[in-house]
Design a protein around this ligand. Structure first.
Ligand SMILES: N[C@@H](CCC(=O)N[C@@H](CS)C(=O)NCC(=O)O)C(=O)O
Length: 263
């Protein structure tokens, strides 16, 4: 069976999970422990980021490479159109979504988490001990602002990321106004990339992620709750109900990812 080394709340991991579900491929999730698990991932793949797909003895790194690999090896339900114009637009949108929604979305989510103690606590994995949850909930907002500056997320950087994301959401809303998918009547990698990456702007309505039910439909203030972008998020949630497999119906232990083991 295919194995996905992932983080449950990683937007690039979600892009790959949506692609795997779209193609109807079964896979096992392996939750990589931040830090120590990434050392093992480095040993296996020469780099420390998720997602990584394991197919037999082969490791495929990077969500875009995984999408292309899957289209080649599992050609049913193709992701990338063959028509040259659509193919070009698909590849362009996929690359743009990685760079814009994927990276700027991370900055916007960081800002939202810094400002809201409850949001911060709820995002911790369900297995996090209560004592650690309480500690994280209590981290002062000023400290997180300083921490953000330390990793390049100064208030100005965050402000500009949110302004860009607003333009992106406006553009996507316009593109989807009169067609069911970004490239017309058929879904493609462009849709799956945009939809999967956008979980960090607003978590999907529905049981698709190992996340407290109270966080479904919640996200970055000003984006997730902005009526101007509601048609985009409604489109995204429709796409999820069409293609993403819900995690209900399996026992919590079966649906919960296994952690990467260090020998
Ligand atoms: N270009 C990569 C980006 C992957 C990425 O940024 N992964 C993040 C999680 S969302 C990660 O592993 N961060 C940990 C690190 O950089 O050490 C892709 O498309 O898969």
């Amino acid at each position: 069976m295919l194995e996905l080394y992932q983080w449950e709340l990683s937007q690039y991991s979600e892009k790959v999970r949506l692609i795997l579900d779209y193609k109807g491929l079964n896979y096992r999730k392996i939750e990589v422990t931040p830090g120590i698990g990434q050392v093992e991932l480095f040993r296996l793949t020469g780099q420390k980021q998720v997602p990584v797909l394991k197919d037999g003895g082969r490791y495929i790194v990077d969500s875009t490479e995984i999408a292309k690999y899957l289209d080649l090896e599992y050609p049913d339900r193709p992701l990338i159109p063959t028509d040259p114009k659509k193919r070009g637009a698909c590849l362009l949108i996929e690359e743009w979504a990685d760079e814009s929604i994927g990276i700027k979305g991370r900055k916007a989510l960081f800002a939202a988490i810094s400002q809201d103690q409850n949001f911060r606590k709820s995002l911790l994995p369900t297995s996090t001990p209560d004592i650690l949850k309480t500690l994280i909930e209590g981290v002062p907002r000023d400290f997180l602002t300083v921490l953000g500056v330390g990793v390049g997320y100064s208030p100005d950087v965050i402000k500009s990321a949110i302004a860009d994301l607003k333009q992106d959401l406006e553009a996507l809303t316009l593109l989807l106004a009169d067609s069911p998918y970004l490239l017309g009547d058929e879904p493609s990698l462009a849709d799956l990339a945009v939809a999967g990456l956008s979980i960090i702007l607003k978590f999907p309505e529905g049981p698709y992620l190992d996340l407290p039910a109270s966080l479904q439909g919640k996200g970055v203030p000003g984006l997730a709750d902005n009526p101007d972008y509601a048609p985009f998020f409604e489109w995204r949630d429709r796409l999820y109900s069409q293609f993403r497999k819900p995690i209900i119906g399996t026992s919590p232990s079966a649906s919960r990812p296994t952690s990467i083991q260090i020998d």
